[in-house]
Write a protein that binds this ligand. Sequence first.
Ligand SMILES: [Zn+2]
Length: 248
Amino acid sequence: MLTQQEQLRYSRQIMLKSIGEDGQIALRNAKVLIVGMGGLGNPVSLYLAAAGIGTLLIADGDKVDVTNLQRQVLFTEHDIDESKADIAAEKLQLNNSDVTIEVIDEMLDDELCDFYIPTVDVVIDCTDNIQTRYMLNTHCVNNKIPLVVGAATGFDGQQLVVDPRNDESACYHCLFPESKKAPVNNCQTVGILGPILAIVAGMQSLQTIKLLTGNKVHVNQLNLFDGLSNQWQQFTIKKQANCKVCGS
Ligand SMILES: [Zn+2]
């Protein structure tokens, strides 16, 4: 049951048939790990806290830098040199005091993944580090936890859901086997425009809410956004039988 306060607070999304009171209760019961509190993690965590996700684990080992402020909208000039995860937690808590926020103020490694990933309902990849992305993919596949991948550089965005609970779902490694090397461009090398991150982060937040509320989420669908032509393109990808992460 939702309290009267919750019914009021979340009324605009509860009135949606595909969410409803059951969906809101599912969000309240959910635990989500957001890896990376940068340009994607900032808006993703804010939308999910605002939507009433019960527990958010936010992981980042970096400190706020002046070059982050152009796109990492939770941070202000006062936050420079402070821990990103700590500052983000403070801001998110101001938005929604009902949400439980757990701070992991270090870069995830295999040991931390082993510890945290089996305890959550969804993992959201908001990093710009390809090795971390492969690591999250492997742990999510092994633990059958859905992974919502997002990436952006320049004017381009990329989004993919891996759902290992579904036997047909391709994983990130099926898409980019390590031998073929996934794109290594990042914000430092090629630049990024803030609103592109907002668009990808919006998509990641939406996919997460749909996953948690039992709405259909397309797996094997690579969504690519081109910010210059304003176009989304969907590509169908396939699970690779010989994938060394998810193959049999
Ligand atoms: Zn795979």
